[in-house]
Write a new protein. Sequence first.
Length: 274
Amino acid sequence: MAGEREPVGRSIDVLVWLATHPTPPWSVRYVARELSTSPTTIHRVFGIFEGRGLLERDGSGGYLPGLELYRICHSVASQLSPVRVLRPYLEKLADACGETVIFGAYDPRRGEMMYLDMVQSAHPIRYMLDLNKWMPVHAGATGLAIFAGLSDKEREAFYARGLSPLTDRTLVTRKELEAAVAKVRRDGYIWTHGQRQIGAVGIASPVFDAAGEVFGDVCVTIPEQRVDESKLDSLGADVLATAEAVSSEVRQLGYRRGWTDGVSASPAPTIPGG
């Protein structure tokens, strides 16, 4: 378990685990097994959380989220998350194109992205995507739009580590990825077919923060059977316009993505709408 010898680290590890496994009641032994640590450690952490109202006992040996945990989560989501401010832009794009629209965000420390928000298509056939789940940043339109906004030094770090395919269409070589980067920087958006999820087409454009760093992206995803490739460039222009509006809002709100020492310190690249 990460942070095993450091109490604050242990508590954070447990809290993160609870947040990603929202199926209470939680038992001490089960959480200890999942985190590869001792029941004594989890019992101690649960006791601290209970004392502060983050957890409550259920009377059968399990623990439930307390009202204080709900209060903190709601406060963060409603006041600190960009989702509440940016969602109207996603809804407007979804109404215009009739397809699912996603807002992705990038964490430079992890070198990964996640979907923070999504407006689902009304079509009966659509892709069900997981929010708040870490994913590679080099795969599909949602990843490539962000990847193109990274500095040369950041991208070099990815190439040095090596990249794994998610499907047989995922781009993994430097040559392929740099071609995709050039396209995003030229056009302001990119569309891909089956690179992250088989049968899915994505059209994405990067979003930039108050410091001009790539913050995330806006993406439209469509099942391949519903795609008219002759209209993808037009849709790409709409996605770019939405990403520009979202970037403007992010800058005005002062949102920053954070940065990793020695990696993202170089100037952000110039991308249409960036």
